[in-house]
Design a protein around this ligand. Structure first.
Ligand code: NAD
Ligand code: DAU
Length: 375
C-alpha cells in the first residue's frame, strides 16, 4: 500500500481538493504536492492545510526529468496521483503546443521517472492518472428539449438522467477526441496504459465529467459567470447554449479518487460522472437566479446579461458519463444533488470575493479581455 504519495497539479482546482482530502484523512501518509504554479496553480487554494506535518510542496515542472526524478528519490515516492495538466479547451485552441508539452510529454516524464525509481519492484506501487470524458468525443442530442426537467434527478439514486439522449460514454467507448486539449489527454491516457502493458507498471486511469465547486479558475463556465453576474458584466454564451455537459461536485470527484486509489483494480479504467446533464443555457439560468437571490437582487433580474457569442470551434455537443461500473464495483456514488451543489458553489464564490479578486485583477483579466476582443 502506497504511503508516500506524489499528487501532481495539487495547487489547481481538483488537485487542491484531492490534496486536502488526503492530508486530512490520512495523517500517516506523506503527501507531496508537485506543481509548477502556472496561471491556474494557486497556493491560496491550500491555505488551510499548508502547515500540516504530512504535507509537502515542491514547485516543479512535470516536464523536467531530472527535477521529477530527484523528487521521487527525496520522498521515496510509492504512489502517484497525476492531475497536473493544461485543462482549458479554449486555451488549447489558441496554443496547442503547450498542451502537447505538458499533457503528453509531462505525463511521459512522470511515467519514466516512476519506472526508473521503482525499477521493476512493482509491489505496493501505483501510478493513477486522472483524465477526462472529453477523450470519448461527443454524443448526440437525441432529445433536444430534454425529456425531464433536470432538477427531478436524485443524484444518490444513480438513475440515468436520460434528459437529452439515450447514449452514454462507457469505459469501452472508443476514443475520438476533437479538441487539442482532449487529443493531448487521450495521448497521455494511451501512454499510461502502454506503461502497464509494456513494462508491467501498476496503473489506473479514470475519466471524469465536468467538475464544479470552490477554487475553480474563473475561465471555466460556472465561476466565470458567477463573477460576471456579480459585477453585471456580459455572460458570453457560446453558440446557442444548446450544448450539454454532465456536472459533478468536485468533492465527490475527490472522494471517488480516494476510493479508486485504495480499492481500484490495477490496469482498469473507471468512468466518474454525476448523472446530471444540463444544457448550458438552462444551467446558466439557474446560476443567474441563484446569484441574484443570494445577493438580495430580484431573482432573474440579471437574465439580460446573457450574450450569445461566436461558438467555440469544434464545440462538442453532449457529454454524458455512465459511471455505474464504479458504483457496482467500488460502491461510489455522487453524494450531492445539483440544487445543493450549485447553492454551495455560488455561496462560496460570493463569500470568497478576495480569492476571486486576486486572480481577476492580474494577468488573467488581460488575457480574458484579449480573447473576447479577438472573437
Ligand atoms: P487546473 O487547470 O485547475 O489545474 C491544473 C494544475 O496543474 C495547476 O495547479 C497547474 O499549475 C498545474 N500544472 C500545469 N502544468 C504543469 C506542469 N507542466 N508541471 C506541473 N504542474 C503543472 O485543472 P483541473 O480542472 O483541476 O484539472 C485537473 C486534472 O483533472 C486535469 O488533468 C484535467 O484534465 C482533469 N479533469 C478536469 C475536469 C474538470 O472539469 N475540471 C474534469 C475531468 C478531468
Ligand atoms: O468534461 C470534462 C472537461 O470539462 C474537463 O476535461 C476540462 O478540463 C474542463 O475545462 C471542462 O471542459 P468544458 O469545455 O466542458 O468546460 P468549460 O467550463 O470551458 O465550458 C462548459 C460549457 O460551457 C461548454 O459547452 C462551453 C460553454 N461555455 C464556456 C465558457 C467558458 C460558454 O458557453 N461560455 C463560456 O464563456
Amino acid at each position: 500500500m502506497s504511503r508516500n504519495i506524489l499528487i501532481t497539479g495539487g495547487a489547481g482546482f481538483i488537485g487542491s481538493h484531492v490534496v486536502r482530502l488526503f492530508v486530512t484523512k490520512y495523517p500517516d501518509y506523506r503527501i507531496v504536492n508537485l506543481d509548477k504554479l502556472t496561471y491556474a496553480g494557486n497556493l491560496a487554494n491550500l491555505k488551510d492545510i499548508e502547515n500540516a506535518p504530512n504535507y509537502h510542496f515542491e514547485k516543479c515542472d512535470i516536464c523536467d526529468y531530472d527535477a521529477v526524478r530527484a523528487i521521487f528519490r527525496k520522498y521515496d515516492i510509492d504512489g502517484v496521483i497525476h492531475l497536473a495538466a493544461e485543462s482549458h479547451v479554449d486555451r488549447s485552441i489558441k496554443d496547442p503546443f503547450t498542451f502537447a508539452r505538458t499533457n503528453v510529454m509531462g505525463t511521459l516524464t512522470l511515467l519514466q521517472s516512476a519506472r526508473e525509481y521503482w525499477n521493476g519492484a512493482w509491489d505496493g506501487k501505483l501510478f493513477y492518472h486522472i483524465s477526462t470524458d472529453e477523450v470519448y468525443g461527443a454524443l448526440e442530442l437525441t432529445h433536444p428539449e430534454g425529456i425531464k426537467p433536470p432538477f427531478s434527478t436524485t443524484a444518490s439514486s444513480m438513475e440515468h438522467h436520460l434528459a437529452y439522449g439515450t447514449d452514454f460514454f462507457y469505459e469501452t467507448t472508443k476514443y475520438n477526441p476533437h479538441s487539442p486539449y482532449s487529443a493531448s489527454k487521450a495521448s497521455s491516457d494511451h501512454f499510461v496504459r502502454a506503461y502497464h502493458d509494456t513494462y508491467g507498471m501498476p496503473t489506473l486511469v479514470t475519466n471524469c465529467s465536468n467538475n464544479y465547486g470552490p477554487y475553480q479558475f474563473p475561465e471555466k463556465l460556472i465561476p466565470l459567470f458567477i463573477n460576471n453576474i456579480r459585477h453585471r458584466k456580459p455572460l458570453p454564451v457560446y453558440g446557442r447554449g444548446e450544448n450539454v455537459r454532465d456536472w459533478l461536485y468536485v468533492e465527490d470527484h475527490a472522494r471517488a479518487i480516494d476510493v479508486i486509489f485504495h480499492h481500484g483494480k490495477v490496469a482498469e479504467t473507471y468512468n466518474i460522472g454525476g448523472f446530471n446533464e444540463w444544457k448550458n443555457i438552462d444551467l446558466i439560468r439557474v446560476v443567474i437566479r441563484t446569484v441574484d437571490r443570494l445577493l438580495g437582487r430580484k431573482e432573474g433580474e440579471d437574465m439580460n446579461l446573457i450574450t450569445y457569442v461566436t461558438d467555440r470551434p469544434g464545440h462538442d455537443m453532449r457529454y454524458a458519463i455512465d459511471s455505474s461500473k464504479l458504483q457496482r464495483e467500488l460502491g461510489w456514488e455522487p453524494s450531492l444533488q445539483f440544487e445543493e451543489g450549485i447553492e454551495k458553489t455560488v455561496r462560496w464564490y460570493l463569500d470568497n470575493q478576495a480569492w476571486m479578486d486576486n486572480i481577476t485583477s492580474g494577468e488573467y483579466e488581460k488575457y480574458y479581455e484579449e480573447m473576447y476582443r479577438n472573437r
